[in-house]
Ligand binder design. Structure first.
Ligand code: XMP
Length: 521
């Protein structure tokens, strides 16, 4: 047990990471339960672990096999510290192996849903009904065949006779399944039992504590250096800017590039927030003319993206050079971006690299500061609220780095931008009016590169078409079009055709991703 900055006692859990893609999810569940945790690599030295003084330790899963000699191992000394330890999957197998049990290759890999039967009463399963199978999510090849001395089998499943093992006296537990994933519906209850009944902690951590803990870390990392960040007005970069401003004040230089491809009112809103409401060292760069200049005559989507990306870096770099002695670049990388960039090699990997000013740290020899690296989007939103950012930033839908340029099919011109801006504004005003803006992933207008015939009064018209795109998604990787009420579609269509000069037709995009993408270019 240690004290936080306010001198209050905080409980801490140490998570040793053996490389599972779910390690951050364990940390997240523990945070959700109101307990502070830190993730350290599996080989974190025993001395440091003792100095950290955890109230409990979790050994994560991992892709290796304990049967492989070179597999990652933690210091066996952790089992003598006397704090409760929970091993998950690989963590359980390692615990079994290190303490004298036997692990073997299973006959077949077990992946997916399973049901375990609890064989004995235990605080780990307190409040679980007896004689009722518990649904869990398995993902393992090896399995524990014999528990170590002092342990007994707490639960079994048809494929894993030892699904849960325990040494209650020493408070050591092993789970063959993953309690941290949503596919284990009562997984959070199991983790809560570990924290509150076995480690005997109390919930004493919240997102406010995250701020208190992060600020000194940033101060220490930055020392006397200067930091730049690309502030887009999206929730991630805004939170990063405000956190850094709190930590180092004027030595944070938040650079906002107006690329002329932003939505209606956006430039003014962002300027106002960071100069009036939460004033910070805000560098406004008006690069509209330059961006429109390089987009002249360009219709190929990839070429647009490339040119915008390149110029963004150029403009950002110029501004950073003007500031001079800059040592760090702060980025709003979130945990899903981290996993994506290591395990997902699809178009999104490049998307993020543009978004996060790809290539810039290397080019300018900047060191990275990524204070949100361990958080998920909804946690960042909670953080934004705690930091006093306005609602429109907190609830903002994702907006692509290349902006409206990839929602204007064909050439990007000032005139076409102003048509799209006006239509897009109506879409979102109406989405808000129907209470749907916050409920969907994205809602926006797209300007198509064609004209169609219409009639207005007695006159025949030949004008632009606007497509509406309203999608639901949890991470942008897959998406489905939203079945919005007809009245909303009718209202949006009416308003766009009546109010936006140059548009005489509105269509609704009913394609899901895959095979379509969310953006049209
Ligand atoms: P797609 O169109 O690939 O989009 O289905 C998935 C999500 O990513 C956003 N997106 C981008 N974000 N820079 C970004 O920061 C980009 O170049 C970019 N392209 C697409 C898109 O809005 C959606 O949420």
């Amino acid at each position: 047990m240690t004290k936080n900055l306010r001198g209050e006692t905080v409980h801490k859990v140490l998570i040793l990471d053996f490389g599972s893609q779910y390690t951050q999810l364990i940390a997240r569940r523990i945070r959700e339960l109101g307990v502070y945790s830190e993730i350290h690599p599996f080989n974190y030295p025993l001395e440091k672990i003792k100095a950290f003084a955890p109230d409990g330790i979790v050994l994560s899963g991992g892709p290796a096999s304990v049967l492989d000699e070179k597999s990652p191992k933690c210091d066996i000394g952790i089992f003598k510290i006397g704090v409760p330890i929970l091993g998950i999957c690989y963590g359980m197998q390692l615990m079994a192996q290190l303490l004298g049990g036997r692990v073997e290759k299973g006959e077949k890999r077990e992946y997916g849903p399973a049901e375990i039967l609890i064989l004995k009463e235990s605080p780990l399963f307190a409040d679980f009904p007896s004689n009722t199978p518990v649904k869990v999510w398995m993902s393992h090849g090896d399995r524990v065949e014999t528990v170590p001395p002092g342990f007994y089998v707490l639960a079994q499943s048809p494929n894993s006779p030892i699904s849960v093992m325990a040494n209650e006296e020493k408070r050591l537990y092993g789970l063959q399944f993953h309690p941290e994933v949503v596919h284990t519906p009562d997984g959070k209850k199991i983790l809560a039992n570990f924290l509150f009944r076995i480690c005997r902690l109390e919930p004493d951590w919240n997102i406010g504590s995250f701020i208190e803990q992060t600020i000194p870390k940033i101060k220490e990392q930055v020392g006397k250096g200067n930091v730049v960040c690309a502030l887009s007005g999206g929730v991630d970069s805004s939170v990063v800017a405000v956190l850094l401003n709190k930590a180092i004040g004027k030595r944070l230089h938040a650079i906002f590039v107006n690329n002329g491809l932003l939505r209606a009112g956006e430039v003014e809103e962002v300027k106002e927030v960071f100069t009036q409401k939460i004033p910070l060292n805000f560098h406004y760069v008006d690069a509209e003319k330059r961006f429109l200049g390089i987009l002249k005559g360009v219709t190929d989507p990839e070429e647009k993206r490339k040119r915008i990306g390149r110029l963004f870096i150029e403009v950002f770099e110029e501004e950073a050079r003007r500031i001079g002695d800059v040592e760090f670049l702060a980025q709003g990388t979130l945990y899903p971006d981290v996993i994506e960039s290591v395990s997902f090699k699809g178009p999104s990997a490049t998307i993020k690299s543009h978004h996060n000013v790809g290539g810039l740290p290397e080019r300018m020899h900047l060191k990275l500061i990524e204070p949100l690296r361990e958080l998920f989007k909804d946690e960042v939103r909670a953080l934004a609220k705690e930091l006093g950012l306005p609602e429109f930033i907190i609830k903002r839908q994702p907006f692509p780095g290349p902006g409206l340029a990839i929602r204007i099919l064909g050439e990007v011109t000032k005139e076409r931008l102003s048509i799209l801006r006006a239509a897009d504004k109506i879409v979102n005003e109406e989405m808000k009016r129907f209470g749907l803006y916050d409920k969907v992933w994205q809602s926006f207008a797209v300007l198509l590169p064609l004209k169609t015939v219409g009639v207005m009064g007695d006159e025949r018209t030949y004008e632009h078409v606007i497509a509406l795109r309203i999608v639901d998604s949890t991470d942008g990787m897959t998406a489905d079009w939203v079945r919005v009420p007809y009245e909303l579609l009718a209202r949006i269509s009416n308003r766009i055709i009546n109010e936006v000069k140059g548009v005489n037709r509105v269509v609704y995009d009913i394609s899901s991703k895959p095979p379509s993408t969310i953006e049209w270019e």
